[in-house]
Design a protein around this ligand. Structure first.
Ligand SMILES: Cc1ncc(COP(=O)(O)O)c(C=O)c1O
Length: 446
């Protein structure tokens, strides 16, 4: 298909044409079937073509597809916000609807800034985030993210953000350190960084509770986020949890932070919110943030044309209703345990699998050249890209990435299958993944 006019992600290769989806499967125009082992990029939580979501979208379109939010609200946006707030961490009072994850992060950053202006602390401007994180590709979100290769060429355009260490137990916890002590050390690093920048000039700390694409389902050590919350509270810094990828049930609880027993000030969500049926994201805001704006300026100085898009809200409401009705959070925990067992059984002793990690149906497999030394494969080999190709040729979608450690070195595969995945499909996922990994590694030797 050399005549494409679509500005594709790759300008050298046009991807296969997707024509149909059903459950955990996608089909291309040549009739090939692909098991969606990564939900695209951790998006398709209900799989494809879910009848209840389709029906809700059809009903909404027949009634009203869209109305601009500077003129109207819609019933469906109101009901979605009610539903989300009802199930959100304590103190959450409002949902601000946008069209995706990057927009959610941008909105959260501006909310944090406006909050401090409203409460008479306009000197607060510094943002601290973590290396080996991803918060989106718009300039503000890209600046906050700690994904070096994504940032590199755009650095001259990025606002100044300070980055601290990720919570990366497999590589960074010292042998003489307990997981808790490691978490303490990282919290101290944040504390020191805030003090160095000037405690009353720091606005927010931004982190993914479970790191997604950049480092492959990195889970925090026990107590890490509680220590982080304490540090933020000590200095009046807002905690922004980016749950665009790990949220909305992916880790077995609706919000990943629930398992950390902390309440962030702002939470960004997107992917699993609409499950890919429509582009939608949101910022879940604590009451104190909204109250400050309400008592002050009276509005949040932000906005996009498609805020609160009615059809997108209808899709998201239907997705959330299905998750609740069908008990899918429990299913994520059950199938997640099944996926972990299968990965351990198939890859646990693999000479080139260094770590299998994650939570719920959000799992990462880190590849190493040598298990004992944790030495990575030569980045020139692009092992991650080979694994993706080999997986696709076996009818499996997974989400591999390179630069796991520092943007250059390291390879991992991220798995995020639909919550509805069956045992048989989990078997196929694991077998095909193991085959793809072996074939990709074999290529690097030929
Ligand atoms: C944690 C996180 N934040 C933000 C984003 C950006 O979301 P979007 O691609 O919808 O703009 C992503 C996308 O992968 C993400 O994983």
């Amino acid at each position: 298909m050399s005549t494409t006019h679509v500005f594709h992600r790759s300008l050298r290769a046009t991807p296969a044409v997707a024509v149909r989806g059903q459950g955990a499967w996608l089909y291309d125009s040549a009739g090939r079937a692909y098991l969606d082992g990564s939900g695209g990029a951790a998006v398709s939580c209900l799989g494809h073509n879910h009848p209840d979501v389709q029906a809700a979208m059809h009903a909404q379109i027949d009634q009203l597809a869209y109305a601009h939010t500077s003129f109207f609200t819609t019933e469906v946006a109101e009901r979605l916000a009610d539903n989300l707030v009802q199930h959100a961490p304590a103190g959450t009072s409002h949902a601000y609807f946008v069209s995706g994850g990057s927009e959610a992060v941008e909105a959260a950053l501006k909310m944090a800034r406006q909050y401090f202006v409203e409460i008479g602390q306009p000197q607060r401007r510094h943002i601290i985030a973590r290396r080996q994180s991803y918060h989106g590709n718009t300039l503000g979100a890209l600046a906050v993210g700690g994904n070096e290769w994504r940032r590199e060429q755009f650095k001259p355009l990025l606002i100044d953000v300070t980055h601290v260490s990720p919570c990366y137990e497999y590589r960074d916890r010292r042998d003489d350190e307990t997981p808790e002590a490691y978490g303490e050390r990282l919290a101290r690093e944040l504390d020191d960084t805030i003090t160095r920048l000037g405690a009353d000039s720091v606005m927010a700390f931004v982190a993914e509770p479970v790191v997604g694409a950049t480092a492959g389902a990195l889970t925090p050590v026990p107590g890490y986020f509680r220590r982080i919350r304490e540090v933020c509270d000590r200095y009046g810094v807002l905690l922004i949890a980016d749950e665009v990828m790990c949220g909305m049930g992916r880790t077995g609880t609706l919000y990943a932070v629930e398992q950390e027993q902390v309440v962030p000030d702002l939470i960004t969500i997107a992917k699993g919110l609409g499950g890919g049926y429509q582009p939608i994201g949101a910022v879940m805001a604590q009451e104190k943030i909204v109250a400050a704006m309400s008592a002050g300026t009276g509005f949040f100085q932000h906005g996009h044309t498609y805020l609160g898009h009615a059809t997108a809200c209808a899709a998201a409401l239907a997705v959330q209703n299905v998750i609740q009705r069908d008990g899918l959070l429990q299913r994520v925990r059950d199938q997640g345990a099944g996926l972990r067992e299968r990965l351990q059984a198939t890859l646990g002793e693999h000479p080139h699998v260094g770590d299998i990690r994650g939570r719920g149906l959000f799992m990462g497999v880190e590849l190493v050249a040598d298990r004992a030394t944790k030495q990575t494969f030569d980045p020139q080999l692009s092992l991650h890209a080979r694994i993706k190709r080999e997986a696709m040729s076996r009818g499996l979608m997974v989400y591999p990435m390179g630069g796991t450690i520092d943007g250059q070195r390291g390879d991992h595969v991220l798995l995020a299958p639909p919550f509805i995945i069956s045992d048989d499909e989990l078997d196929q996922l694991t077998e095909r993944l193991a085959g793809a990994i072996d074939a990709a590694i074999a290529q690097t030797r030929s």
